[in-house]
Design a binder for this molecule. Structure first.
Ligand SMILES: *[C@@H]1O[C@H](CO)[C@@H](O)[C@H](O)[C@H]1NC(C)=O
Ligand SMILES: *[C@@H]1O[C@H](CO)[C@@H](O)[C@H](O)[C@H]1NC(C)=O
Ligand SMILES: *[C@@H]1O[C@H](CO)[C@@H](O)[C@H](O)[C@H]1NC(C)=O
Ligand SMILES: *[C@@H]1O[C@H](CO)[C@@H](O)[C@H](O)[C@H]1NC(C)=O
Ligand SMILES: *[C@@H]1O[C@H](CO)[C@@H](O)[C@H](O)[C@H]1NC(C)=O
Ligand SMILES: *[C@@H]1O[C@H](CO)[C@@H](O)[C@H](O)[C@H]1NC(C)=O
Ligand SMILES: *[C@@H]1O[C@H](CO)[C@@H](O)[C@H](O)[C@H]1NC(C)=O
Length: 728
C-alpha cells in the first residue's frame, strides 16, 4: 500500500515512523466531494491546521472524475463556507463567504478561477443547497429566525440584562441556551442566465408555520430537500415538548405560499423522522421514520409518501417495516433515472455501507453493494444510475474518494487519503458475549509491531451507548494515534458491546434498563478473550478509557473487580451519578434508557449507578470535563475528581472552558492527547506490579455467571437504596 504524507518512510528496510496526534491534527481534512452536472468534475474543501502558525488554511479544490487529478481553485479560503454547483451550469460553483456577520453568496467560474459577489444575506446563514428549476436557480440556506420570522440581524440591539426565564422544560441544548429565536429555512430565486439577478426575494419559507428546521443541535441540510416549486423540511413536532419527545414531521412547503402547507405530511404518532427526499417527478417523498417516539436510537424504517395536491400524503408505505432487514439506515436518496429505486447509506457490522432498494421487489429488502471500508457520503454522477461518487474513510486512512460502478458492483479509487497507515495495522475478532450472541471488536497494532514482544493494552469504550466503533477515520479518539503512543506503542482494542449500533435492532435495543449489565459483561468477556488470544498483550499493563457513555462505563468499572485489572482509567465527559441524568437536556434519553421518568421509575436510575460503588474506587484515574457540556454537565467530572482525591487515588482533572461534549479545537485536542497519554504512559509503565490472578482467570473473574451474580448484588443495593424513596 502506498504510504504518503506525514513523514512516513517507505524505503526498503527503513523504520516506519509512528503516527502521532500532531500528525492526526495537522493532516488536511476534507469535505465530501460533490460532482458537477456533466459528471466531469468533483469539488471539495481541504482544511489544514498548523501548530507553527496556530491557524487554519483552507482551499477549495477540484478533482477530475475521469483521471483523479486535482487542482486548487481557491487558496486561502478560510472564509468559504458551504458550496454547491449552480444549477445545471457545470462550470460555476456557488459558495457562502463567511468573512463578515452578513454571509455573502459568491460564484466561482472553475475555468477562469474568477469569483464574483452575487448577494449579501441580511445575517449569518449556512447549509447551502441549490436546484435548477424552470424558473431559475433556487438557493436555499438556513439560519436563526427572530420571532417576527426575519433572519436574525447582527445589528439587533443587545438586551440590557442577561437573564433568561423559562416556564417549560428544554431550556438548553448541547452547548447553547434556548432563546426566542428558532432555526429556519430561507432562500431566494436567481436568474439562471444572470446569477446577480434576483427573481424572487429572500424569504423565510417556514414563516408562520410555527415549526423549527433544521433540527438542532446538529442542523443538517439533509433536513430539507428541494424540488421545482416544492420544498420538504423535517421539523420537531411543534405540539410536543422537545425535551421529552423525539417526534418530527415532514412538511411539504410551497415556496410561494408557505401558509398553505402547515399540515404535516406524515403525522402518525411515531418518533424521529430524517432524510426526507423528493422523487424526480416531485410526486413522492421518501424518508426514514422511527416508530417509537422518545427513543432516539430506534431503527430507521424507510417510508414512501405519495403527495396529495394540498401537500399532505395521500398514501404512506412502510417499505422496510417488519422485514428481515434489521439495520437502521442513516440516509436515503432516489435513483436519478429509475423511478422505483432508492439508495440507502448506514451502518452494517462495524462499517458504513451503501444499499440499493428496489421498491418493486415485494420483500422490500435492501441489497448490499460492494464498497470499501466506510462510506461517508454518496452522490450520483450525472443523471445516470450506474455510477456514484463516494467519499469514504477507514481506521487506517482519512477521507478518500472513489467511484462505485453498479454494473461491476465494485469501486475504483479516484483520490487517495491525505493521511494513512498500513492496512495491516487493524484486525477484527468476534467472541461470544453475555447474551450468547457474537460480539465484534477491532484490534489495532503499533507501527513497530513485533509479535514476540509484549505491549500494554489501551481498551477504548465508545459513547452513545447506541453507537459503534466503525472502520472509519476520526480526529477524536483515533485508535491509530493511541496505538502509536508511548515508547513501543500500545495494542488498542475497541469492542462493540450490547447496545452498539450496526448489528441489528435487537442488539441495540437490549441495552435498555441494562447499562451496567450486558455491555459490562460483554466488555469483561471481550477483554478475557483478547488477553488469552493475543499473547503479545501484557495483561499487567492495561488501561481503559472512554467518553460519554464510555466514561460512564469506565466509572462503573472503577467500582468493580475489573477496575483493579487496569493500571489507569480515563473518563472523558462521563457519568458519575445516573441520578444526575435528569439535569441533562434531552430528557427522553434517560426516560427511555432507564425505563421511565425520574419520578415514575426512580429505581431505574439507581440500578447501575457508578456512584453506588465509589467506595471501591482505587485505580489511578484521569478525568476530563468541559464547561459547555450540557449533555452531561461538568459537575459529573467534578464529583468523580473530588471523590478520587478524598480517597487518595492518584488522579487529575483536565478542563476546557471553551469546549462542549467534544474537544474540537486543534490546540485543545493536542493538550488533551498530551495530558492523557502522559498519564496512561506513566501508570502503564513496567514495575507497577499488581496481582491479577492465575493464567486461567486472567481477570480474576471466573465466568459470566459470576459476573451476573455481581450484577444481581448491585441491583439489590439499588433496591435497598430505593426503599427510602417514594415511587409513584
Ligand atoms: C495556504 O496554502 C496555500 C496552498 O498550499 C499557500 O499557497 C498559502 O500560502 C497558504 N496560506 C497560509 C496563510 O499559510
Ligand atoms: C469574501 O468577502 C470578502 C469581503 O467582501 C472579500 O474580501 C474576500 O475576497 C471574499 N473571499 C472569497 C473567497 O470570496
Ligand atoms: C405553489 O403555489 C402556487 C401559488 O399558489 C401554485 O401555483 C403552485 O401550483 C403551487 N405548487 C405546488 C407544488 O403545489
Ligand atoms: C388534503 O387533501 C386530501 C385529499 O387529497 C384530503 O383527504 C385531506 O383532508 C386534505 N387535507 C387538508 C388539511 O386539507
Ligand atoms: C406497515 O404496512 C403494513 C402493510 O400496509 C400495515 O399493515 C402496517 O400497519 C404498517 N405498520 C406501520 C407501523 O406503519
Ligand atoms: C455486490 O457485492 C456485495 C458484497 O459486498 C454482495 O453482497 C452483493 O450480492 C453484490 N451484488 C451483486 C448484484 O452482485
Ligand atoms: C468487490 O470489489 C472488489 C474490488 O473492489 C472485488 O475484488 C470483489 O470481487 C468484489 N466483490 C463482489 C462480491 O462483487
Amino acid at each position: 500500500m502506498k504510504i504518503f504524507t506525514l513523514g512516513f518512510v517507505s524505503a526498503v528496510g527503513a523504520v516506519v515512523s509512528a503516527f502521532s496526534y500532531d500528525d492526526l491534527l495537522q493532516a488536511p481534512r476534507r469535505s465530501p466531494a460533490v460532482p458537477n452536472k456533466d459528471g466531469t468534475t468533483g469539488a471539495f474543501t481541504e482544511s489544514t491546521y498548523s501548530f507553527s502558525s496556530h491557524s487554519w488554511n483552507a482551499s477549495l479544490k477540484l478533482v477530475s472524475l475521469e483521471t483523479g487529478t486535482t487542482k486548487a481553485i481557491l487558496d486561502d479560503a478560510n472564509d468559504v463556507g458551504d458550496f454547491a454547483w449552480a444549477g445545471t451550469d457545470a462550470h460555476t460553483l456557488l459558495y457562502l463567504n463567511e468573512s463578515s456577520a452578513y454571509t455573502e453568496l459568491w460564484s466561482l467560474n472553475i475555468d477562469s478561477g474568477k469569483t464574483k459577489e452575487l448577494y449579501s444575506f441580511p445575517g449569518s446563514v449556512s447549509l447551502l443547497k441549490t436546484r435548477s428549476t424552470p424558473s431559475g436557480v433556487r438557493v436555499v440556506v438556513s439560519g436563526w429566525a427572530a420571532p417576527d420570522g426575519s433572519l436574525l440581524s447582527p445589528d439587533a440591539p443587545a438586551k440590557h440584562d442577561a437573564g433568561l426565564l423559562y416556564d417549560t422544560t428544554f431550556v438548553r441544548h448541547w452547548d447553547y441556551w434556548l432563546t426566542e429565536n428558532r432555526k429556519s429555512v430561507f432562500g431566494l430565486l436567481l436568474s439562471e442566465k444572470d446569477l446577480t439577478k434576483v427573481k424572487e426575494p429572500f424569504t423565510n419559507y417556514l414563516k408562520g408555520l410555527g415549526i423549527e428546521s433544521p433540527i438542532m443541535p446538529f442542523p443538517s441540510s439533509s433536513d430539507y430537500d428541494l424540488h421545482d416549486d416544492l420544498l420538504v423540511v423535517n421539523a420537531k413536532a411543534p405540539e410536543l415538548n422537545s425535551a421529552t419527545n423525539t417526534a418530527t414531521y415532514f412538511y411539504a412547503v410551497n415556496y410561494t405560499s408557505s401558509n398553505s402547507r402547515d399540515v404535516p405530511l406524515n403525522k402518525a404518532g411515531y418518533g424521529a423522522c430524517s432524510s426526507p427526499t423528493i422523487s424526480r417527478d416531485g410526486k413522492k417523498i421518501a424518508g426514514l421514520v422511527q416508530l417509537e417516539n422518545g427513543y432516539e436510537s430506534d431503527q430507521n424504517i424507510v417510508f414512501v409518501y405519495e403527495l396529495a395536491a394540498n401537500g399532505t400524503a395521500s398514501s404512506a408505505k412502510n417499505v422496510t417495516y417488519g422485514k428481515t432487514f434489521d439495520r437502521s439506515p442513516s440516509s436515503v436518496f432516489w435513483s436519478p433515472d429509475e423511478d422505483n429505486v432508492l439508495y440507502l447509506t448506514g451502518e452494517d457490522t462495524g462499517r458504513e455501507v451503501l444499499w440499493r432498494l428496489d421498491l418493486k421487489e415485494p420483500n422490500g429488502i435492501p441489497v448490499l453493494l460492494n464498497t470499501t471500508h466506510s462510506v461517508e457520503s454518496a452522490e450520483f454522477i450525472k443523471s445516470s444510475s450506474s455510477k456514484l461518487l463516494l467519499s469514504s474513510s477507514a481506521i487506517v486512512k482519512s477521507t478518500y474518494y472513489e467511484i462505485f460502478d453498479m454494473k461491476s458492483n465494485s469501486t475504483t479509487l479516484l483520490l487517495d487519503a491525505t493521511a494513512s497507515v498500513k492496512e495491516n495495522r487493524v484486525g477484527e475478532f468476534w467472541f461470544t458475549g453475555s447474551r450468547g450472541v457474537q460480539v465484534h471488536g477491532f484490534i489495532m497494532y503499533p507501527s513497530h509491531f513485533d509479535s514476540r514482544k509484549k505491549y500494554p493494552l489501551a481498551f477504548l469504550i465508545h459513547g452513545g451507548p447506541q453507537s459503534a466503533w466503525t472502520d472509519a477515520w476520526s480526529t477524536r479518539w483515533n485508535p491509530i494515534v493511541w496505538s502509536d503512543n508511548g515508547d513501543d506503542g500500545y495494542i488498542v482494542v475497541t469492542i462493540n458491546p450490547t447496545g452498539s449500533t450496526s448489528y441489528g435492532k435487537d442488539f441495540t435495543d437490549k441495552i435498555q434498563n441494562n447499562w451496567g449489565s450486558y455491555p459490562y459483561i460483554d466488555l469483561v468477556l471481550g477483554l478475557e478473550y483478547v488477553t488469552k488470544k493475543y499473547t503479545f498483550i501484557d495483561s499487567e499493563r492495561m488501561i481503559a478509557a472512554g467518553a460519554s457513555y464510555g466514561g460512564y462505563m469506565v466509572n462503573w468499572i472503577q467500582g468493580s473487580a475489573l477496575g483493579r485489572v487496569f493500571k489507569a482509567l480515563v473518563t472523558h465527559d462521563g457519568v458519575f451519578s445516573t441520578l444526575n441524568q435528569y439535569g441533562s437536556e434531552e430528557l427522553y434519553f434517560p426516560i427511555h434508557d432507564f425505563g421511565g421518568s425520574f419520578l415514575k421509575n426512580t429505581r431505574g436510575y439507581y440500578k447501575f449507578n457508578p456512584m453506588n460503588r465509589m467506595y471501591h474506587w482505587a485505580t489511578p484515574h484521569f478525568i476530563v470535563h468541559n464547561a459547555k457540556d450540557y449533555r452531561l454537565p461538568e459537575s459529573e467530572g467534578l464529583l468523580a475528581f473530588n471523590v478520587l482525591q478524598e480517597l487518595g487515588v492518584p488522579s487529575k482533572l483536565l478542563h476546557f472552558p471553551d469546549e462542549n461534549h467534544w474537544v474540537l479545537k486543534p490546540e485543545n485536542s493536542r493538550r488533551w492527547h498530551k495530558e492523557i497519554f502522559d498519564f496512561i504512559n506513566h501508570w502503564s509503565g513496567s514495575g507497577f506490579a499488581m496481582s491479577v490472578g492465575d493464567s486461567e482467570t486472567v481477570l480474576g473473574i471466573e465466568s459470566a455467571a459470576e459476573l451476573l451474580a455481581e450484577i444481581a448484588a448491585i441491583a439489590e443495593i439499588a433496591e435497598s437504596v430505593d426503599g427510602d424513596v417514594e415511587v409513584m
